[in-house]
Design a protein around this ligand. Structure first.
Ligand SMILES: Cc1cc2nc3c(=O)[nH]c(=O)nc-3n(C[C@H](O)[C@H](O)[C@H](O)COP(=O)(O)OP(=O)(O)OC[C@H]3O[C@@H](n4cnc5c(N)ncnc54)[C@H](O)[C@@H]3O)c2cc1C
Length: 378
């Protein structure tokens, strides 16, 4: 397993639990797991979110989130936190469209009046609003507890983790079966390489001489501001209808974002002052938060395949190279399902019982879907 973000640890935990009893090692370039995008998210579970092929992975993840295995996860993972989508009069059509598509994904989505929205989130400038949607069953995710649960399950079932171990290249092992993986701490011989390197997914593939899929890391900025309202921790998240900003109460603070998507090289992303300033302007226009100072800010790379969906499963051209990338903006909320699907496809060749009754779109997740030969095989 290459990468110890949420994608890597969730897949590693599912792989090591497979009845075939594989030996699994997780190699992470940084000194700490979850240093990159996983440690920088907004930690929200929104069923009505993400590319269509990804949505069944969120649905498949719900049982795990609602009842995590007590052995590995002693605390609850979810705290109910509804999401308000707020629209000005010029955004009526956007809200109408979201209501229609949103209800198909989650029938609980409803329209409420701006005044009702103001009761739920008092700083909203409701006089500027026309239509508001509420997704009442959305939740805040305890990302740290979730990541830890996968790590505990992985190590508890025999998996090993090596940090400060960057995978620099991989070449076929002599005889043709398996790989020699070259790392900053020596070579490892393995049967399968699972690529969960996030923004570096295509770099890892190229260095194994596997065709890249065209991943684009996109920077998203977030920052914290103090709340001057009692009880704001219990308020919903609020987002602009066109996602020009969002705000999430987080204890005595608000997590704020301009919801930017600036293409980037794979790197340790840093926030740009201009993006923070833009978010402050937009949020101050839509609310009475009167943000003047920022307590902390950060940025992370949300990495997308060309069609915005994930890339999951063995590469048809090189089946011992397994993809687990393109988590985009839904990598946390899909991780229990996505990790299980990676393990099922890598070791059993087909989705297991976790996906019974769900309409999985495997073609929409297939590693070769951007290649001419893959298109012909559809
Ligand atoms: C501001 C923001 C808000 C977000 N909000 C949400 C949200 O509300 N809900 C949600 O579900 N998702 C959200 N996301 C998206 C989510 O955080 C990502 O989809 C997810 O964290 C991606 O996980 P990952 O494991 O693929 O990547 P990462 O966490 O980046 O992990 C990849 C790992 O691979 C390692 N690596 C790379 N190359 C190598 C190599 N050669 N050798 C060894 N290791 C290597 C890296 O060091 C890294 O640790 C948000 C993201 C951001 C930035």
């Amino acid at each position: 397993m290459v990468g110890g973000g949420i994608a890597g640890v969730s897949a590693a935990a599912a792989l090591v639990a497979n009845p075939s009893g594989p030996t699994v090692m997780l190699l992470e370039a940084e000194g700490q797991l979850a240093h990159h995008t996983t440690g920088r998210s907004a930690a929200q579970l929104i069923e009505n979110y993400g590319a269509n092929p990804v949505r069944p992975l969120t649905t498949a993840s719900l049982p795990y989130f609602r009842e995590p295995p007590a052995q590995w996860c002693p605390t609850p993972l979810l705290r109910r936190q509804p999401v308000l989508t707020v629209g000005r009069p010029d955004q009526d059509d956007v809200i109408e469209q979201q209501l229609r598509t949103g209800r198909a994904a989650n029938p609980a989505i409803a329209e409420i009046t701006p005044a009702e929205a103001g009761e739920l989130f008092p700083p909203l400038r409701t006089e500027r609003l026309s239509r508001v949607l509420i997704e009442p069953d959305s939740s805040d995710i305890d990302v740290s507890a979730l990541h830890q649960a996968f790590v505990r399950a992985f190590v508890g079932q025999g998996g090993t983790i090596e940090t400060l171990t960057r995978v620099d290249a991989a070449r076929p092992a002599p005889g043709g079966a398996g790989w020699i993986v070259e790392t900053t701490r020596g070579e490892r011989e393995v049967d399968l390489v699972v690529n969960a390197a996030g923004a570096w997914g295509d770099v890892v593939a190229s260095r194994a001489e596997v065709d890249p899929v065209g991943l684009v890391p996109k920077r998203r900025t977030a920052f914290m501001v103090a709340s001057r309202w009692d009880g704001s921790a219990g308020w919903p998240m609020a987002a602009d209808a066109e996602l020009h900003w969002y705000l999430k109460p987080d204890g005595p603070q608000f997590l704020c974002s301009p919801a930017d998507e600036t293409p980037s090289e794979p790197t340790d992303a840093k926030p740009e002052e201009i993006d923070v300033a833009m978010a402050i302007d937009r949020i101050n226009e839509a609310t009475t938060l009167e943000i003047r100072s920022v307590r902390s800010s950060w940025a992370g790379l949300r990495t997308f395949a060309p069609d915005g969906s994930m890339v999951i499963g063995p590469d048809p051209a090189v089946p011992s190279f397994v993809w687990c990338v393109g988590q985009g903006g839904t990598g946390i909320q899909t991780s229990p399902g996505a990790g299980q699907l990676v393990a099922d496809l890598a070791l059993d060749g087909r989705p297991g019982p976790t996906f019974d009754g769900l309409e999985l779109d495997l073609a929409g997740l297939a590693p070769d879907r951007f290649r001419p030969a893959g298109a012909a095989a559809d």
